[in-house]
Write a protein that binds this ligand. Structure first.
Ligand code: ADP
Ligand code: MG
Length: 696
């Protein structure tokens, strides 16, 4: 009995697997795979469908969908174009013919493959008039042992890359592990398995790796996702119980005219949606139990002013308030704008980031317990500050923080402050409730009046596109407006990241020498960043070249042009957030999505192309989230999409609504005994589950 559960498997070490020596085991360990259980729960990122495998001879110009070719590498070469674009080419043969595969940009194909390698290559073929066959940016997978292909079923699992290990070693290890466990313990009763139309765990764990057909894989994935949602709920339930036991909150006595008085202090009229949300917050504050509210509103919908109203009410009631933002640049901006609105006698506003020097003064204010407002970054929790009269804690752009960080701000206090967390990530209500478990939800569903839609353009990576962009910059600057240019995040290293931005900076300086151009990136000191942002706010800088550090929160209403370089590399939500940096004032704004130099819509990935076509056509964050779902959904047919939650391996809270609903229904009626089993398993599989948070 016991030998079939994951707790037991967690204790079986990898060296029990045939052929796994120290070297392989240490490679696995680097990726957190220490036991048979970890290995079984190391899920494939996709499967290659052998039924889609085509002999090269059979490929013709009619084929418009993705196919797979199995063959041997015959030649490897690299070529650099005049525009310095790298093109790597492999020639691949099977027994019926030969194809050519090309990769554009620095993908280092030539270092990963050599003549003689057996490979599986998937993509849409391009058959030339001459009859030669070419694949552009196909996916490619190496097999160390061609025999292996005959061993697996029709769907061959492909695993996330582990340095020093081939997919085939991983496959062997998992196969062997599964062979040792003829049956998995299942906490779900047989009848429930039937009535919830899910498969049992033995079948799930086998089919997630080695399904016979796609539907088997899907069913396996759905069952394991169902379980993960149970884990999530079990953990939240325990949190809630321990939270409710210990809580005593503050009961404010806000008067009816608080909102009207607040509105008189600000330079514009609140939208109806903002007022509704502020009223919800005020009535929470007037309750004895502490507020825990999630405020969701699309980028630019005006969440900051809602936060300001809550802070205003807190100060009026003689408590302290704190606001935590994910970046220094954003904290600084809030500090500047909010200190202008929150003007009271005998009241202090402080900025606390890791680089602030007036620490002692700030600590004095906090200790005094006098009404005050502290704005900061992670530094607020890192420095272990203990408030003693905290009435309100606000987290801005909370998707950037973990639950632990959110909690740390408010733990160990005599009375629990009200909490408001704000996010622009659009998630449906039911999903939000599951992710944020114990939070109530408020939504701002309209933009401030007078906003003009941002005109969006797609530019390809040719020389004339660059020229058009420089012209566009000049037009905006001549209209006394400002420009953002964002350079992509390069995964391999932050240094490369900054280098790319510096090159763009040089190019702009050269092309537009008469304007004032600044650069902003993560490695600059706080003072440098501050100085740059200040000159942006004052309209002294006309063009800001930046890495994605400006993605969240930045509010410069006079900026009317956003240029996103290598736009195909960004996620859809990220593109939407970045575009949201413009279109915040009265003037007409524009956003250019610029494809990497040397590439065009046809030479970027299929998903990249779909994202770009979607973003230029849609301005609404919710709509874009839906499209994102479709785009990923298509990719998901043979693969697990990347999870939105750092720790969830299979389930994706943004997309798996139906499974979530099922799992919720089941959990609501769960027996104590099964509930315990679920919670026990959750703790074993996800020791850091408390940190689970949406990371989109
Ligand atoms: P986000 O929801 O993205 O955090 P902000 O709070 O930064 O948005 O607000 C975006 C811009 O809209 C700011 O310049 C802010 O001053 C302005 N704004 C907010 N509410 C209103 C309103 N009701 N009327 C006019 N402008 C507003
Ligand atoms: Mg904001």
């Amino acid at each position: 009995m016991v030998e079939r559960n994951l707790e037991y498997l967690k204790n079986i070490s990898l060296n029990e697997i045939k052929g796994f020596g120290e070297k392989r085991i240490s490679s696995f360990k680097k990726y957190g795979i220490n036991s048979i259980s970890d290995l079984i729960r190391f899920f494939p990122k996709k499967h290659i469908d052998r039924s889609q495998v085509s002999k090269i001879k059979s490929i013709n110009s009619e084929i418009k969908k993705e196919i797979t070719v199995l063959g041997e590498v015959k030649d490897v070469s690299v070529f650099t174009t005049k525009t310095r674009l790298r093109i790597a080419t492999l020639i691949i043969n099977d027994e019926t013919g030969s194809i050519r595969a090309k990769w554009f940009g620095p993908q280092y194909i030539e270092t990963r493959f050599k003549t003689g390698d057996s490979v599986a290559l998937s993509g849409i073929p391009d058959v030339k008039k001459t009859g030669s066959i070419e694949f552009k940016n196909p996916t490619i997978e190496k097999f160390s042992d061609p025999e292996e292909l005959n061993e697996t079923g029709s769907l061959i699992p492909i695993y996330p890359k582990i340095d020093g290990l081939s997919s085939s070693i991983i496959r062997k290890g998992i196969k062997e592990s599964l062979r040792r466990i003829p049956e998995f313990e299942d906490f779900l009763h047989k009848d429930d398995i039937v009535s919830y139309k899910i498969v049992n765990r033995t079948k799930s764990y086998n089919d997630i790796h080695f399904p016979e057909k796609l539907s088997d894989y899907e069913n396996a994935r759905n069952r394991l996702a169902f379980d993960e949602f149970l884990y999530l709920q079990a953990i939240f339930k325990e949190h809630k119980i321990s939270y409710n036991k210990t809580q005593s909150g503050i009961k404010y006595k806000l008067k009816k005219d608080t909102l009207t008085n607040f509105e008189q202090k600000i330079p514009f009229k609140l939208t109806k949606s903002q007022k509704d949300v502020i009223n919800e917050i005020f009535s929470d504050m007037n309750e004895e139990s502490p507020m825990k509210r999630l405020l969701q509103g699309d980028v630019g919908s005006g969440k900051t002013i809602v936060a300001a109203a809550a802070i205003y009410a807190t100060i009026l009631s003689s408590y302290q308030a704190v606001l935590m933002a994910p970046t220094e640049v954003l904290a600084e901006q809030h500090y500047n704008s909010l200190s202008k609105i929150l003007l009271f006698d005998d009241f202090k506003v402080h900025l606390l980031t890791s680089s602030v020097k007036e620490r002692k003064e700030i600590m004095n204010t906090i200790n005094s317990g006098d009404p005050a407002f502290i704005i900061g970054t992670h530094a607020l929790i890192q420095e272990n500050i203990k408030f003693n009269n905290l009435g309100l804690a606000i987290i801005d752009e909370q998707q950037r923080f973990g639950v632990q960080q959110r909690k740390k701000l408010t733990t160990d206090l005599k009375t629990t402050p009200d909490q408001l967390v704000m996010t622009a990530t659009p998630i449906p209500r039911t999903t939000a409730l599951a992710i944020y478990g114990d939070l109530d939800l408020s939504v701002i569903d309209e933009l401030p009046p007078g906003r003009k839609p941002v005109k969006s353009f797609l530019y390809e990576g040719y020389k004339e596109d660059n020229e058009k962009i420089y012209k566009l910059c000049e037009e905006h600057i001549k209209n006394n407006s400002q420009v953002f240019v964002v350079c992509p995040f390069i995964e391999e290293s932050e240094t490369l990241d900054i280098k790319a931005a510096e090159n763009v900076y040089k190019a702009y300086k050269k092309e537009l020498p008469e304007y004032s151009i600044e650069i902003l990136h993560g490695k600059m000191t706080s003072e440098e960043k501050e100085a740059v942002m200040r000159s942006m706010h004052k309209n002294e800088t006309q063009i800001l070249i930046s890495t994605v550090v400006i993605e969240v929160g930045i509010d410069i209403p006079n900026a009317t042009l956003m240029i996103i370089e290598s736009a195909e590399r960004f996620g859809l939500n990220q593109l939407h957030q970045l575009r949201g940096r413009v279109g915040r004032g009265e003037k007409e704004s524009e956003c250019v999505f610029h494809i990497t130099e040397g590439k065009d819509l046809e030479t970027i990935t299929d998903e990249g192309k779909k994202r770009l076509l979607a973003i230029v056509d849609n301005l609404d964050g919710f709509k874009l989230a839906e499209i994102d779902l479709q785009i990923r959904g298509e990719g998901k047919v043979t693969g697990t999409s990347q999870s939105g939650i750092s720790d969830l391996k299979i389930a994706d809270l943004r997309y798996d609504y139906e499974i979530l609903e099922k799992s919720k229904e089941y959990f609501e009626n769960i027996s104590d005994q099964i509930g315990k089993a679920v919670s026990n398993e959750a703790k074993i599989l996800f020791p850091n589950f408390e940190d689970v948070e949406d990371t989109t």
